[in-house]
Every structure is written in C-alpha cells, then in structure tokens.
Design a protein around this ligand. Structure first.
Ligand code: ZN
Length: 280
C-alpha cells in the first residue's frame, strides 16, 4: 500500500517591508509586514512576526490542526519583523510552548531584546506575563536547527544593518528558503547566499527596490532589487521565486509591472501576496 504524501503548506501573512502599507492601492498584494508560515502535520514553523502574524492568529482559531507545535524564527529585530509579536504572544494559546529562535545582539539574548519591545511605556503588558510558557533559543548565522526526522532548518548570515539571518527548511516534499532582508553587493550576487538557496523548491527573497533605487538613494539600506532576486533564483537553480518585502510605497499596479520585468530574468517568478498559499 502506498503511503499518502504529507501535505506541506506555505502561507504568506505579511509581505511588506519597512512599515505597513494599508490602503486602496495595496489591497491586492496586502499591506502587512513580513510573516510566512510552513505547516506540516503538527509542526508549524513561522518566519518573522511582522503585523501579518496577527492574520495567522485569526486563522489558527479555526484551523484544522488545533494545537500544533509552534516555532518562530526571527530574521532580526527591526520593527517590520516583530511588530505583531506582542499581540501574537498575548493571543489565546499562542505563547503556550512557543519556541522562539533569533540572534543575540549587543550582548542581549532573544528574550532580553523582545522584553524591551514590551516594556513600559511602549506596551502595556510585559513579556514576562507570558514568557514562562515560551522557550527562547539563541542561534547564529550558519547554525543548523534540527526540528525532527522530517524537518531540518539551516541558517545563513544576511548583509543588513545590525545583521540578519535567512532560514531554509527542508521537508520531504521540498525546501523553502526565506531571505527577507539582504543587500547584494554592487559588484555581484553574494556567493554564500546563492549557495544557501541552491536547488531550493521555493525561495522567498527581498525585492524591495528597483535596480535604480538600489544603486542610488537606497544604497546601503540593506535590501535587494527585484532584479537581483531574479538573478539569484536563476544562478541558484531554484524552482519558484516569490518576490517579497515589497516597498511600502509600491502600489499593486507597480508590483504587477515589477513581476513582468522579473519574469524576463527568471520565468519562475511570482509575487508574494497575502493570499498566496502553496504546497511543497
Ligand atoms: Zn525588513
């Protein structure tokens, strides 16, 4: 008897970079900041906790898997990647057993950094209210993070102000590589990041800028152009590329234009939107 293949689902809850961008011109792509999830049976892996994670919380209230094992992987601590975290932690049941992974910064551990986000007078409920139920794990770029026999996570250091890490998860059905905040050097693609993404089934890549913006006023801000994302997908031999971390000023129509131009470089390019759901 053939075993049925395990369903592995990837969903995008927030696809915007830097700051939320709600409004009539972003309604198709979405205005929430970065959050991507991968679910395989009882295992729920979440990448970043931008405002999009609050959509995940709502979804989980009626999701078919009632109480999955929850792991949250943080790329770094800039606002757009942790904005939704206090609300996520306080959502019913979400902090319970939550494993959080992230880098230490300036001698501060993950929980010490996140406690600052929820400290008075910035937020009314301190992290310690829920942190007893959570587990905090310090990781460094390059570290492997084994999950179970079927899921393995690896990491890679990104080129971004104050540092960031990318995550790649290998599942029996394929691999997902999440590169949210990375600036390729002007002289060419970062070889270590190309190697990190090599052969991935799905790559989610920072595509915040146009090539012109990246070479000009936004140089050094720690992000890629959509053109570099497409070139990386081609160089790394990936199956599907999802452009993400869209600039908050980019409208739905402008992003459609970006998509068409990126497909000229790498035909397997798609736009990450808040309604994107895919199977590995
Ligand atoms: Zn960001």
């Amino acid at each position: 008897m053939a075993l049925s293949r395990v369903r592995t689902e990837v969903r995008f809850w927030g696809v915007r970079g830097s700051m939320p961008a709600p409004g009539p011109h972003t309604v198709r792509v979405g205005g929430n900041t970065t959050c991507v999830s991968l679910q395989m049976d009882q295992e729920l892996l979440v990448f970043d906790a931008g405002t999009g994670i609050c959509r995940l919380d709502t979804f989980m209230q009626t999701a078919p898997v009632k109480d999955p094992n929850r792991r949250l992987f943080l790329s770094h601590y800039h606002w757009d990647h942790i904005w939704g975290l206090p609300f996520h932690c306080l959502a019913p049941g979400q902090a319970n057993g939550l494993e959080v992974f992230g880098e230490a910064k300036d001698g501060l551990s993950v929980d010490q950094i996140l406690a600052k986000q929820m400290a008075a007078p910035i937020f009314p409920v301190p992290l310690e209210t829920v942190s007893r139920d959570m587990h905090f794990n310090t990781v460094r770029g390059g570290d492997p993070i084994p999950v179970n026999a079927d899921l393995a996570v690896t990491t890679c250091t990104m080129r971004h102000p104050q540092g960031a890490i990318g995550y790649r998860v290998q599942t029996p059905g394929g691999s997902l590589c999440v590169i949210t905040d990375h600036e390729h050097p002007d002289e060419g693609l970062s070889e270590d990041v190309v190697a990190f993404a090599r052969g991935a089934t799905v790559v989610v890549h920072d595509a915040q800028y146009s090539p012109e913006e990246k070479k000009g006023p936004k140089k050094g801000w720690g992000h890629s152009s959509w053109e570099e994302a497409a070139r990386l997908a081609k160089a790394a031999g990936v199956e599907r590329l999802f452009l993400s971390h869209h600039d908050p000023a980019r409208t739905d129509d402008e992003l459609q234009d970006v998509l068409q131009r990126a497909r000229e470089v790498f035909p397997g390019t798609e736009l990450a939107t808040e309604s994107t759901v895919l199977e590995l």
